[in-house]
Design a protein around this ligand. Structure first.
Ligand SMILES: [Ca+2]
Ligand SMILES: [Ca+2]
Length: 103
């Protein structure tokens, strides 16, 4: 998402009104954050919105891709955990575009 072919990715997480943000991994297309966040769940109909952005110093940060995980999915799963797995990031628009947003 940057002219140098790299990105400075960070993740915004939101559940209801609770928001968290990871640190920025500079100039990296394969970032690992290794951070943990806790959310208080009040409604099983809520979704955790995971949004990946590229930090830019002089412009608005670029949107990279996002993912929504229904809280109910976690509660319905074994051991109440989704474990570790890869998820495809999706573009913000609902139009069917084959844009690769990473995983
Ligand atoms: Ca950028
Ligand atoms: Ca950047």
């Amino acid at each position: 998402m940057d002219p140098n072919g790299l990105s400075d990715p960070y993740v915004k997480l939101q559940l209801g009104k609770q928001r968290f943000k990871t640190k920025v991994v500079k100039k990296n297309l394969n970032p690992t954050w290794g951070e943990e966040f806790s959310f208080k769940v009040e409604d099983l109909k809520e979704e955790l919105v995971i949004c990946v952005l590229d930090e830019d110093k002089y412009f608005n940060d670029d949107f990279v891709g996002q993912l929504k995980i229904p809280v109910s999915k976690v509660f319905d799963s074994e051991n109440k955990s989704l474990g570790t797995s890869w998820y495809s990031l999706k573009p913000k628009t609902k139009k069917p575009k084959n844009k690769d947003c990473g995983k």
